[in-house]
Design a protein around this ligand. Structure first.
Ligand code: XMP
Length: 309
């Protein structure tokens, strides 16, 4: 049985032993990075610099929420506006693995820049077990290179600290609860963010659509009292014919994904009520420009993965 109190004691002790100097961490507001930052702050306090990179790939309102959480912790907090930098780097890129690599490398580049600026020698990361197992750790094939593994250049100048490396998601949540972090129940969000919820090229316009679509899915599901493990929208660059008023429309498709899982290694699609799906569909097609079709993904994992890229 996993013991959160014991894990926290040991993790803090290990960090104190290992980290002798300034450290830096990227905080996205997700459960993993928030827990790691809290452990780091308990171990080394103001020697930990929490950098929040606004990649422009985050969910609606998320960047401000991250700022609010971290301004209340005992550490240094810095926010970097890198929205344009990420969008430029992703321009014209379609291949999912390339997107992931580019985003991972951009992240590291920005961190190294910040780390050097602040003289940090250590980089804390919220890597958890499924991240490296699925990225070809051990004997398995690479399924997807998760950004916090695959994007790392081999000659990294900074030392990596990964306190959650052996934990699964449900265990990280137990630690978050034990530490009284109000992100404990937050659904997971991938490192590469909304970029992998847009199939095909990432543009500002598509980002805006998928961000709003994700917000609608979240709002409606949370209001309904249903409690899936993870739920979001995916923008497909697939145009189909529809009708708006009495005019022919030709627009993109939004796929709704909602799954139940324990540790993200396997998942089954949520059996959401039809009327809830209908409300989501109506709101998406009414409120978002250029969308005239909404579909529901009924694939389990395996064979599908949770994200579409
Ligand atoms: P997949 O799509 O591989 O996702 O079934 C499993 C879980 O991991 C999340 N995910 C990621 N998390 N970096 C992360 O930190 C990533 O690159 C990444 N890709 C997927 C996904 O949202 C799901 O919860």
């Amino acid at each position: 049985m996993f013991d959160a109190a014991k894990f926290v004691d040991e993790a803090v002790r290990k960090i104190k032993d290992e980290v002798k100097g300034k450290a830096i961490i990227a905080v996205s507001g997700g459960v993993d990075s928030t827990v790691v930052a809290k452990l780091g702050s308990m171990a080394i306090g103001k020697n930990l610099i929490a950098v929040h990179v606004d990649t422009g790939l985050l969910r609606k309102g998320e960047s401000n929420e991250v700022e609010r959480i971290f301004r209340n912790m005992e550490l240094e907090f810095i926010k970097v506006d890198a929205r344009k930098e990420f969008l430029d780097a992703l321009s014209g890129v379609i291949d999912p693995e390339r997107k992931r690599k580019i985003i991972g490398e951009k992240f590291i580049e920005i961190f190294e820049r910040e780390a050097e600026k602040h003289g940090a020698e250590y980089l804390f990361q919220g890597t958890i077990a499924p991240d490296w197992i699925e990225s070809g750790g051990g004997l398995r094939d690479t399924i997807k290179s998760h950004h916090n593994v695959g994007g790392l250049p081999e000659n990294m100048k900074i030392k990596i600290v990964e306190p959650l490396r052996d934990l699964y998601k449900d265990e990280v949540r137990k630690v978050a609860k034990y530490l009284n972090l109000d992100v404990a129940e937050k659904q997971p969000f991938p490192g590469p963010g909304l970029a992998i919820r847009i199939i095909g090229e990432v543009t500002e316009e598509r980002l805006e659509i998928v961000r709003d679509a994700c917000a609608i899915v979240e709002e409606e599901i949370e209001k309904s009292g249903e409690n899936p493990w993870q739920y979001f929208a995916v923008l497909l660059p697939l145009k189909t014919v529809g009708v708006h008023g009495d005019r022919r429309a030709y627009g993109y498709t939004i796929a709704i994904r909602s799954v139940d899982s324990i540790d993200a290694m396997t998942a089954s699609f949520s059996k959401l009520p039809w009327d809830l799906l209908e409300r989501i569909s109506i709101r998406i097609t009414n409120e978002l420009k250029g969308i005239n079709r909404v579909v529901y993904d009924i694939t389990n994992k395996p064979p599908g993965t949770i994200e579409w890229e």
